[in-house]
Structure formats: C-alpha cells, structure tokens
Design a protein around this ligand. Structure first.
Ligand SMILES: Nc1ncnc2c1ncn2[C@@H]1O[C@H](COP(=O)(O)OP(=O)(O)OP(=O)(O)O)[C@@H](O)[C@H]1O
Ligand SMILES: [Mg+2]
Length: 370
C-alpha cells in the first residue's frame, strides 16, 4: 500500500494497523488525533484497548499498517525513541526511591542540571498536589497519591503523547473525581496529547474531545462524545453506551422534518433523524428519554404509545420498567416515588411518550454482526 503523506497531517495517525497475537487480532485499526486533544477509548474487557495502546507505545509489532506521529512514521521505532509515555492502573513506582526520585527518574536521563530537575519536579508536584510528599517512600502513599506520582513521572519528560491505561480504576469515586480535575489542569498546562482507556463513562464526558469504541480488536466508532452517545453507528455501540431500546424498523416516508418509521407489530414512531437508507434501519431510544403516564396528554411530543407493564426491576435508586407493545419490549426508568404515584404494577396499561429527537436512526449499513 502506498504511504499516505498529507499536507497537513493529524498529530497522531494510525492507519490500517493490525497486530497478530495468535489468539487475538487487532484488526485494521484507523485512528486520528489532533495535537493537544484528548481521546478516550472504551470497550468491553478483552476488546484490545491495552494491546492498541501498547502497540502505539511500541511494545507490540505491527503486522500490517502504519503509525505516524507529527507526520513522521514511527511504526518501526523502538519504544524509547517514540517520545510516548504510558501510565498503568497499578502505578508501578520504584519502591526503593522516594517520590522526588521517582518523579525525576526519566528527567535525569535528559539533563544533569540539578536546579532544572528540582524546579521541574516541584512545578509538576505542585500541579498534581503532591509537593508535600516528595521526601516520602511510595509504600507510605495512598492509591490516589501513588497514581498522581505515576502521572507526574510520565509527564515530566514532556512526552509527545501520554497514554493512560485505566489510570483511575484502582481509586475510590471521590479520588477519581479529584484526579480527573487535576489531570485536566496538568495536561492543559503541559499541552499534552492524551489517549486514555477507561471503563468509566464519566471519563468520557469529563475529559474526552473524542471517544473511540472498541470491540473484538476493531474500532467501531470514533467521534466527539455527544455524537457517539446520541448517534451510535452500530447496534453494539448503542447497546454498550446504554441505549437499551434498539428495534428493527422500516422507513415509511418523510413527513416534513420527521421520518416516519414502522417497527414490529406495526408500531409507528417518528424520528427527527434522517437516513439515506430507505427500507430497513435500526432505531435507538434511551430509557431515560421515555416519559410514563396513565392517560394520554396533549403536548408537542410526537410519539405517544400505549402498552402493558410487563416487568418491574428495582436496581439501586432506580426502577426499570419493561412495557410490552405487541412483540416489542420497551424499557424505561422511573424513581420508586414515581412508580408509586403512577401505581405501576405488572399488567397495568400505561402510555409512553418520547420526543422525535430522541428516536435515533442507526443506519443498517453500519450494523455490527458478531
Ligand atoms: N501478549 C499477548 N499475547 C497473546 N494474547 C494477548 C497478549 N496480550 C493480550 N492478549 C489478548 O488480547 C486480547 C485483548 O487484550 P487487552 O488487554 O488489549 O484487552 P482490554 O480491552 O485492554 O481489556 P480490559 O478492559 O480487560 O483491560 C485478550 O484476549 C488478551 O488475552
Ligand atoms: Mg486493558
């Protein structure tokens, strides 16, 4: 294949990258990232997120494809010559060195000037709020403090890209939120381009300029978070990001700005999305966008349908309500309070309302078939 040289290359460009690990295949991955932007990668366990990061870092050999950084190919470069740092979830610090020595470790390979080293470590430690810990040994630190040290150590060498593999997964929820805030500040200050693997969707909302969804060694979709979450391109992505109502349907016609879609059991729904596909498509409706009522009501909402409560499942502070409409099972969520108010019980007739903007068309051509 001809190497693609662009006039204005993306900061990081991964082209048709495949890695063969015998029992796992990273399959023709394409990925692009602007300078100073933040990519978050999500996907189920075993989908190849870590293998992808480690291939970008240079630990796995590409069987096929190319990686470009700032327009220069790095596919065959040794890891230490790529200018890429990687941070793991289990913050591997050097146990026999104190925090100052841990952070300055990589920097010492670049400069011998003690004053420069000291001031750089101090600046970084202040930003990550660990400047009071510099004399301590790693085994006396909390998980969050160790992770901040690991990030400081990786960032201090000013990598061209910082890769983070589930960096916050070993810390509690409030530490996670705190670390998110700190990492945001520090990468803005150091103008670092980041790729961050996570299982936590809050990281997507709080950090990502772009999100990529992986499954079985493939990237299924990469885009800005609102686009991926509101308009998933595959049924798998829709399911993974929490759109539980995914139905096959058929486009009947355009009615003004609305698309009229027929689902199973001749149920008609209206979507504000349009599709170039005529005929079969998938629609996705997030459960939190479904409004329950005992009666029909006059409103601007284009979709109002009647069904029967089929199942009620309480999960933590919310109640999942499954409503049967012909062959279709629709899922919505309510608080226990609302359930009581609406007298929700199995077998009860109920109306579901949802706006046409919340009926998302997932094009058939993008169907993911496992
Ligand atoms: N060195 C290796 N040799 C062979 N197979 C490997 C190797 N490293 C990883 N794998 C396999 O590749 C697949 C993808 O692994 P990877 O660690 O990238 O998943 P992941 O998406 O990061 O999952 P998790 O969310 O659990 O961290 C897994 O099936 C794993 O067993
Ligand atoms: Mg992993």
């Amino acid at each position: 294949m001809q190497t693609k040289i662009q006039d204005d290359p993306m900061f990081l460009e991964v082209q048709n990258l495949s890695v063969d690990l015998k029992e796992f295949y990273l399959d023709n991955v394409n990925l692009s990232l602007d300078k100073n932007s933040y990519m978050v990668i999500i996907g189920p366990t075993g989908s190849g997120k870590s293998v992808l990061l480690e291939t970008i870092a240079g630990f796995y050999r590409a069987e096929k494809g190319k990686i470009f950084l700032e327009g220069k190919e790095i596919t065959e470069l040794n890891p230490e010559n790529r200018g890429i740092s990687i941070v793991y979830q289990d913050y591997v610090l050097f146990p026999h060195m104190n925090i100052f020595e841990n952070i300055s470790y990589g920097l010492k390979k670049k400069t011998k000037d003690e004053e420069i080293i000291k001031s750089k470590v101090l600046k970084m430690a202040k930003l990550l709020k660990i400047d009071h810990l510099l004399h301590r040994n790693p085994d006396t630190l909390s998980g969050g403090e160790k992770q901040r040290t690991a990030i400081a150590r990786s960032l201090i060498v000013e990598p061209r890209i910082l890769l983070m593999d589930e960096p916050f997964s070993a810390v509690d929820v409030s530490t996670h939120a705190y670390l998110t805030k700190l990492i945001k500040n520090v990468i803005a200050d150091y103008e670092t381009t980041c790729i961050h693997v996570t299982h936590n969707f809050n990281d997507v909302w709080n950090l990502a300029d772009k999100v990529a969804v992986m499954k079985e060694g493939k990237i299924l979709q990469q885009d800005i978070p609102t686009e991926v979450f509101s308009k998933p391109s595959h049924n798998f992505v829709a399911d993974f990001v929490g759109i539980h109502n995914i139905f096959e349907g058929e486009i009947i016609e355009k009615e003004g700005s609305l698309t009229k879609i027929k689902l199973d059991s001749d149920l008609i729904v209206y979507s504000s999305d349009s599709s170039e596909d005529s005929g079969k498509i998938l629609v996705g409706i997030r459960p939190e966008n479904v409004i329950f009522s005992n009666e029909t009501f006059v409103s601007s909402v284009q979709n109002q349908i009647k069904g029967v409560v089929n199942e009620i499942v309480k999960v933590g502070p919310i109640v999942w309500i499954e409503v049967k409409i012909g062959q279709i099972n629709f899922k919505g969520i309510l608080t226990p309070n609302s359930c009581e108010k609406l007298k929700i019980k199995k077998g009860k007739n109920i109306y579901l309302s949802f706006k046409s903007v919340n009926v998302k068309i997932i094009d058939k051509k993008e169907f993911y078939t496992p």
